[in-house]
Unconditional design. Sequence first.
Lengths: 111, 114
Amino acid sequence: GNSVTQMEGPVTLSEEAFLTINCTYTATGYPSLFWYVQYPGEGLQLLLKATKADDKGSNKGFEATYRKETTSFHLEKGSVQVSDSAVYFCALYSSASKIIFGSGTRLSIRP
Amino acid sequence: NAGVTQTPKFQVLKTGQSMTLQCAQDMNHNSMYWYRQDPGMGLRLIYYSASEGTTDKGEVPNGYNVSRLNKREFSLRLESAAPSQTSVYFCASTPGQPNTGELFFGEGSRLTVL
C-alpha cells in the first residue's frame, strides 16, 4: 500500500541556517504530495503542494520538488527564522488510498 | 472566518465514561474526517465521511462511533473511554468534489482518560 516516510526529529538549527527535511513515498500511480505545518497549540495547515512530477510547490520561503525518479518530496528553506519552529508533516493523496501522513518532524530554531 | 470548529478543546475523562467530540465546518465542504495524533505516530484516520449520509472506517476505528448529522457537522463518540484513547483529536474537512487531498483542520481537542 501507499506510505510516507519522513526524517525523524527533532531538528534544531540556528536562525538563518539552511533547512532540509527529507520525505520519501511509496505509491502506485500518480499521487499528489503535500507539506503541512503545525504551529504550537494549533491544527495542521497546508504549507505547499505539488500535483505532478517535477512540479515545485512553494510558500513562505519553503520549497519542495516532486521527484518521481527518487520518489521524494524534500522540504527546503534557505534561511530559517525562529517563527518557523513547528512540526512539519509530509503527506500523500491518491484516490485509492485517500490522504496518508508521515510521522512528523519537529523543528526548533535557536535565535 | 470560522473554518473548522471543534468542541471541547480539553476534556478529562475517567475510564468507562462516554463523551462526544463535536465538529462543524462552515465552508460547505462535502467530506469530513476525524484523526488522532499521538507522539511519534503522526496522524491516524479514525473515521471519515465522504458526503452527507455516509461514513466509513479509517485506520483505527475501534472504540469510536461517528455521526454525520448534516453537511456541516460530524461528531465522534467514545462510548466507554479507555486510557489508550488519550490523544489529541483533529477534525478536518475538504471540498470533496473533486477531492484534491487538501485538508482544512480544526484546532484540536485534547482528551485525557484516567
